[in-house]
Design a protein around this ligand. Structure first.
Ligand code: SF4
Ligand code: SF4
Length: 196
């Protein structure tokens, strides 16, 4: 199953590389910018979790211990939190870099692009409101044609079908002979036993 998932990830990475390239006039992602790893729910399927843990197990003991302590702290915060949709900093983020980069989940790979969400809604990444992706063409929370024309981009701003539910749907399961399994926020998967 993991082998087939790796093939799926190669397919996804190729697609995403093309998507990000086509949007490069609006993308400000760079190493060390990890705002998107700091305040989210991080939906993960069971299969994605298995692969992530494979990466985790390859880390040295000291790093694994740091992650384990972060998981404990997030779980404490979650219990105290009154939020329905609890958001947290991903425990795998260390010194603003992903410690399991090659093993990260689907949502970690797609984030930063505009997304075609349900009901034909276009979702812009939150970082556009922090001077990052797509911020150079935003005006009053919408893409401004004028601003787009001024930068004379290679491609117009586009939204892509990168919704997590879609990318983990039965169509992809059938196509790659994989089963994603149950989906839930990453922190809810991470029992102490699971990451030790
Ligand atoms: S998606 Fe936004 S927050 Fe995340 S690395 Fe790119 S610019 Fe930074
Ligand atoms: S797994 Fe890595 S890329 Fe994904 S949220 Fe955590 S630190 Fe960020």
């Amino acid at each position: 199953m993991i082998q087939n998932y790796i093939v799926f990830l190669e397919y996804l990475n190729n697609k995403l590389e093309g998507f990000f390239n086509s949007q490069k006039d609006y993308i400000f992602c760079k190493k060390g910018c990890a705002k998107c790893c700091k305040n989210a729910q991080f939906p993960y399927s069971f299969l994605e979790l298995q692969y992530l843990l494979k990466g985790y197990l390859q880390l040295d003991k000291e790093t694994r211990d740091i992650i384990s302590q972060k998981v404990d702290k997030i779980k404490e915060d979650k219990i105290k939190s009154k939020e329905d949709l609890f958001r947290y900093e991903c425990p795998f983020l260390i010194n603003n870099e992903c410690s399991v980069y090659n093993y990260r989940g689907i949502v970690c790979r797609t984030f930063g692009l505009m997304e075609n969400a349900d009901n034909n809604i276009i979702k812009t990444p939150f970082c556009c409101y922090e001077g990052l992706n797509y911020s150079n063409v935003m005006d009053n929370n919408e893409i401004s044609e004028d601003k787009v024309n001024k930068i004379n981009p290679k491609n117009k701003p586009l939204a892509f079908n990168i919704n997590h539910n879609l990318l983990t749907s039965e169509d992809f399961e059938r196509g790659f002979n994989i089963k994603f399994g149950e989906k839930k926020p990453l922190i809810d998967w991470l029992t102490n036993e699971g990451i030790k």
